[in-house]
Write a protein that binds this ligand. Structure first.
Ligand SMILES: [Cu+2]
Length: 165
């Protein structure tokens, strides 16, 4: 049985702690040598470092179950600061991932609507609140993003980042 993101989360308090620690280490600059933190790297990129942001992209979320913009183009290697705003009256989130990972996670959210998750590739926002995700796109191709609040992905609340060479 393939291990999904959610099964990892539900089994691993230790892993979450490790992630939190590694994020803290990056923030404090202990990786100043520029070494990639390979443990966090995924096919769709890795957590970005705030001091290396190339560009800011603002993404709006609404109760119409849409992201604006829903299509974003970046270049390979760029670190993007996504300023994400929830303009709706209900909770929404912005999660970057592979299409498969997002679909699996959306299905899990249908079963466990109150599942807590907090990872560098996503931000979950109460109505009217703004947050950010800093992500580096390390490989050319397509990276998807979606809102994983129960039913939102299924209603079409998704978008795509095209990573060019
Ligand atoms: Cu949503």
């Amino acid at each position: 049985m393939p291990m999904t993101l959610c099964s990892i989360r539900s089994t691993g308090l230790g892993l979450l702690t490790a992630l939190a620690l590694s994020t803290g280490a990056l923030a404090s600059g202990s990786h100043a040598g520029g070494h990639a933190h390979t443990g966090d790297e995924k096919a769709y990129g890795k957590p970005g470092v705030a001091t290396r942001v190339s560009r800011t992209v603002t993404v709006d979320m609404t109760d119409a179950m849409r992201f604006t913009p829903s299509g974003i183009t970046v270049r390979k290697g760029e670190t993007i600061r996504f300023i994400v705003k929830n303009s709706g009256q209900i909770r929404h989130e912005f999660s970057l991932g592979s299409q498969r990972e997002l679909a699996e996670h959306a299905a899990a959210m249908q079963k466990f609507p109150n599942m807590e998750h907090d990872e560098p590739n996503m931000v979950s926002l109460a109505p009217g609140v703004q947050g950010e995700v800093i992500w580096q796109f390390t490989q050319p191709g397509k990276v998807d993003f979606a809102c994983l609040q129960p039913g939102h992905f299924e209603s079409g609340m998704k978008g795509r980042v095209t990573v060019t060479r």
